[in-house]
Design a protein around this ligand. Sequence first.
Ligand SMILES: Nc1ncnc2c1ncn2[C@@H]1O[C@H](COP(=O)(O)OP(=O)(O)OP(=O)(O)O)[C@@H](O)[C@H]1O
Length: 243
Amino acid sequence: MAAIEAIDLTKRYGARIAVDALAFSAEPGEVIGLLGPNGAGKTTTIRLLTTILEPSSGTFTVAGTSGDRPDRIRQRIGVLPESAGYPARQTGSEYLQYAARLFGRNRTDARTVAERLLGEVGLADRGNSRISTYSRGMRQRLGIARALVNDPVVVFLDEPTLGLDPAGQREILATISDIAGRRGATVVLSTHTLTEVEEVCGAVIILDHGQLRASGPIDEVVAGTGSLRTTFLALTENPGGQS
Ligand SMILES: Nc1ncnc2c1ncn2[C@@H]1O[C@H](COP(=O)(O)OP(=O)(O)OP(=O)(O)O)[C@@H](O)[C@H]1O
């Protein structure tokens, strides 16, 4: 069974179509890059699939669950939103324990889960520091840990490396590969950085103006040009020069 399946998924804002009859599927354990220029519909797609937004039309399943059961989907997914906020006064460990409690863990279990996740994202030695002392990269890794607190089947990461230095980017990419490899979870990675996609993704979805331009294994998508960058530019180029 596909980890994600979208069938004619559409979101309109008045006359504007943010996502237009999107149809694709993603396999279990796959890291899938969600690509597109600014305004292409990446965040809207993630918000639809994570049940934050309701589609205007079309259907989808995530983690084997129909989109009309948002409560169940939320139990089975993890999300790092585009701009996640953190309680500055809490420590990383407290923040994760609180999240684990929200998913029904008792106090002892929540502490164990928090410790394990801090280790998984490379924050074991900073778990007892306040989040206000964390670098941007550390906050993003904490956000990824938060997204893993319920052992999700599908994880959505919206631009997790935005604004990070090369070392910070590298750490996030290693964490992402680990999530898919060790946990067997499907990861949807929205990003503008094509080299990241080449490094960690097995498949891609390319959007432009809300429409699907390509989807599938990277080697198949780039088969015509041999380069993700060339394919991306060819599929998303706007003859009018407007984004
Ligand atoms: N709440 C909203 N009301 C009206 N239009 C919206 C709303 N949210 C998004 N849009 C529009 O939908 C389109 C897709 O936006 P979306 O944020 O999904 O793109 P994106 O690919 O994530 O862009 P970026 O790379 O800039 O983050 C854009 O034209 C945007 O202006």
